[in-house]
Design a binder for this molecule. Structure first.
Ligand SMILES: *Cc1c(COP(=O)(O)O)cnc(C)c1O
Length: 361
């Protein structure tokens, strides 16, 4: 097979070495004569793998001991429901920063289970999408939590500061940026992520939750979505998505081998700079996001002449640069450059963009 670079937003590319290893041991995991998919999650081998994967994630993110790490089902959107069901009463208010499609989606889901209120919305600066810090004095201290999405996968909007919410716990949807740069877990109440961008196969969600938020689910909370039950059962209250968990574990091992989050963050900075420099260096390409709020994981860009979009996408595809079509809400192009995307992939895209402009500019 020819080498392609897959810029899909999710499910997204995995490190080739991880997939090769999974392939090698697919039918005979740990020399047990069976696939990891075919064995009990309660067996010693799987339990050991599960514990190691959690420890690796704890090491990578430097997760303090008073946080639980949960491996749950239902992806990112599952957590849109699980968060309100676990840490708010039906009469409570949840606050939401709406900075793009995903944080907006979290509002309507939360509103089914509590009273969801929009605290702030995306604004514009110099004609480009920009995230303002919400006014700290406008944050009611009796709110159950403040939800935000620091990397908006669809819109390519990101911010790396934390809202100043006082006592109100911060809940971050990090589906598309977890493990991409260092962060201080102790400043969050909950960090969660659907797996299919930076962790592994879809369906799995990783939840990092402070212990103080456990133990008060709504009475209607389905047991398998209950953080406390999940924690008490080491994420095996019901049968976990074993293959996804195993693959996530391989990705964590890969990240450690790559030098951990600091090293991967340096590479991510480099990749994003290459691409944004290519976009900014010409009027042929554009970004609709303010330079202070640009995602390093998802880079939407437009052609000044959108009539050329189809040609761009076709020729890119032929050149082995796959899945660059922008989200249907945004149009244009989007290059998702998660941890697994090598620098060479971004270089190939930048070279293609330069050639394309030369030919059609
Ligand atoms: C992909 C994504 C989701 C949704 O994940 P699903 O697994 O499809 O439910 C939620 N939030 C963000 C930020 C995402 O990128």
């Amino acid at each position: 097979m020819n080498r392609v670079f897959n810029f899909s937003a999710g499910p997204a590319m995995l490190p080739p070495s991880v997939m090769q290893r999974a392939q090698q041991e697919f039918t005979n995991w740990r020399n047990g004569g069976a696939s990891v998919m075919e064995i009990s999650h309660r067996g010693a081998d799987f339990v050991e793998m599960a514990q190691k994967s959690e420890q690796d994630l704890r090491d990578l993110m430097d997760i303090p001991d008073d946080y639980k790490v949960l491996f749950m089902q239902g992806g990112g959107r599952g957590q849109f429901a699980a968060v309100p069901l676990n840490i708010s009463a039906a009469t409570d208010t949840s606050l939401h920063m709406v900075t793009g499609s995903w944080s907006k989606g979290a509002v309507s889901e939360a509103d089914k289970f509590n009273h969801a209120e929009i605290l702030s919305e995306i604004s514009q600066r110099d004609g480009k999408a920009f995230v303002e810090k919400p006014d700290a004095s406008a944050i009611p201290q009796d709110a159950a939590y403040l939800h935000f999405c620091p990397n908006e996968t669809v819109d390519g909007v990101a911010f790396d500061w934390l809202p100043d919410a006082g006592k109100v716990p911060l809940v971050a949807d990090m589906s598309s940026c977890i493990l991409s740069q260092p962060l201080e877990v102790s400043r969050y109440g909950i960090i969660y992520a659907g797996a299919q961008k930076n962790i592994g196969p879809s369906g799995l969600a990783v939840v990092i939750v402070h212990e103080s938020l456990l133990g008060r689910p709504q009475s209607v909370t389905p047991s398998f979505m209950d953080y406390t039950q999940t924690a008490d059962n080491n994420s095996m209250y019901n049968t976990p998505p074993t293959f996804s968990w195993y693959l996530a574990g391989l990705v964590f091992e890969w990240l450690k081998e790559e030098g951990g989050i600091t090293a991967i963050a340096r590479r991510n900075d480099h990749k994003a700079n290459m691409l944004y420099d290519a976009i900014d260096s010409t009027d042929f390409y554009r970004s609709q996001v303010h330079p202070d709020c640009r995602s390093k994981m998802n880079v939407p860009f437009q052609l000044a002449n959108p009539d050329l979009d189809k040609t761009f996408l076709r020729l890119a595809d032929e050149a082995g640069l796959k899945a660059l079509k922008g989200h249907r809400f945004v149009g244009g192009m989007r290059a998702s450059i998660y941890n697994a995307m090598p620098v060479e992939g971004v270089q190939a895209l930048v070279d293609f963009m330069t050639d394309f402009e030369r030919q059609y500019g």
